[in-house]
Unconditional design. Sequence first.
Length: 350
Amino acid sequence: MEVIINKVKKSKISSVDFKNLGFCKYYSDHMFIAEYEEGEWKNFKITPFQDLKLSPACATLHYGQTIFEGLKAYKNNKDEILIFRAKKNAERFNKSAQRMCMPELPENIFTNSINELLRVDKNWVPKQDNSSLYIRPLMFAKDPYIGIRPADKYIYLIICGLAGGYYSEPVNVKIEEKFTRAIAGGVGYAKTAANYAAALYPAVKSQSEGYHQLIWTDGKKHEYVEESGTMNLFFVIDGKLLTPPLGDTVLDGVTRDSIISLCKNLNIDLEVRKISVEEIILSIKNGQLTEAFGAGTAATIAPIKMIGYDSKKYKISYGKNSISQKILSKLNKIKYGIDEDIFNWIHKIK
Ligand code: COI
């Protein structure tokens, strides 16, 4: 893959307040861009991070044919750059592409484009604790076309933003009883903009009631919990870690998958099964539910401190000796290259 590189004259990095990173408040100096035309990916470039020039008739702006990914780069104590589970993200990107009638991106282009960009923007991978460089690959339809059909031309881009915590505190989540994020046969499992746009209205309503996020339930009867929009869900009931199964309404989260793999290693009893709203509320009331948390690339592991349902608010305990903190600590040790990468999740940028 030949990449044309056009670097910035002066890096913006000196303007970053590293004590106050937030989440993607600062984008790195460069971006990666490629085009899909006549059935092939071509014109691979690294350019300064800049605005795009698009036709006002660009199909994405009208019909939303767009997908994205999220993964992170970390720095170890030898200043080497480590990327976490790019292969899994590449697979998911292509599952999303298939569902949205978009061309697939070969895994080697996905991985090499990240490697090339990170080589140029290596200084942007922070070294301090609990921080990383969030990598956002995306693909969208480019055709200037008003009408409904899959586009012929696409753009693949990668931008990177500095990441501290996505949530600055344990979260309050409300079990959604009316609105629906995804239905069977829909696009819930695809990382496509529509899922996030459709979730805004109910999420904003819940924020005015003091919640950070929703717990989405099945679209038929709102009986079973599914995911939390920015995260997959985990509950500890009777000492066992539970998470809902995947399916076409739930995003196949990379952090969720990593936690499932880690449970054996950490001697945590885990079950993947349907979890009803009734079971959650009953287990909170009788003290069997001792922990709840969300898991996602941006959010990492976010403890849940309150669950709202049927106009009531239930406090959930969280803290240092929790299962979520045990998992987070192990996961971080692998991501930052402190513990052995027993699952072969990391690749180094050479
Ligand atoms: C991610 O976790 O990578 C996401 O795309 C979620 C988004 C809220 C940043």
